[in-house]
Design a binder for this molecule. Structure first.
Ligand SMILES: [Mg+2]
Length: 170
């Protein structure tokens, strides 16, 4: 019943999404949420480890991109260094932002995956759009005010998902 909210995979970190894994799935583009997926919300730019990861993805023929519900400044500053394509104020789980990003990238949904820390935004928009969904354990326990109230219900859904698919709750 809750299938539409379940991720295809549930991982501890985006770093587990390797080029090899994506290629096996026939995916050439990985779309990231920023806040609490890549970095905590108060960190403005990618860590050196993340920069290395994005470069590795690119060198392997995978396009990294960003789909964020935050205002423009957040994505602009975060993506500037490596010129990562982005769409801001994406309105996830609405599909409008995802459509705009896919058009910008010239990709079909089935060539793409999304990685995010929230069921009700990132996973849901992926599933609605036909984009492969990775749920990522939030990088920091501290949430923005707008996100915090959604967490208890999300955790409940993740626990159901873990029980059903015999996965470890992260
Ligand atoms: Mg997030």
């Amino acid at each position: 019943m809750l299938e539409f909210l379940y991720p295809k995979e549930y991982l501890s970190s985006v770093l587990e999404i390797t080029p090899e894994k994506l290629k096996k799935l026939g995916i050439n583009t990985i779309i990231f949420d920023i806040d609490n997926t890549l970095v905590p919300y108060w960190i403005k730019v990618p860590t050196p480890e993340l920069e290395k990861y994005f470069i590795t993805l690119r060198e392997s023929g995978i396009t990294p991109a960003v789909l964020s519900n935050s205002r423009e400044e957040r994505s602009k500053v975060f993506c500037a260094g490596l010129e990562i394509p982005y769409v801001y104020r994406a309105g996830k789980p609405g599909v409008g932002g995802m459509d705009r990003l896919l058009e910008k990238l010239g990709r079909k949904p089935e060539e793409c995956a999304i990685a995010g820390d929230q069921i009700f935004t990132d996973v849901w928009v992926g599933n609605r759009s036909g984009v492969y969904s990775f749920l990522i354990k939030q990088v920091d326990p501290k949430d923005e005010l707008i996100t915090a109230p959604k967490r208890p219900l999300e955790r409940l859904i993740v626990r159901h998902y873990c029980k059903k698919y015999n996965k470890k709750y992260l």
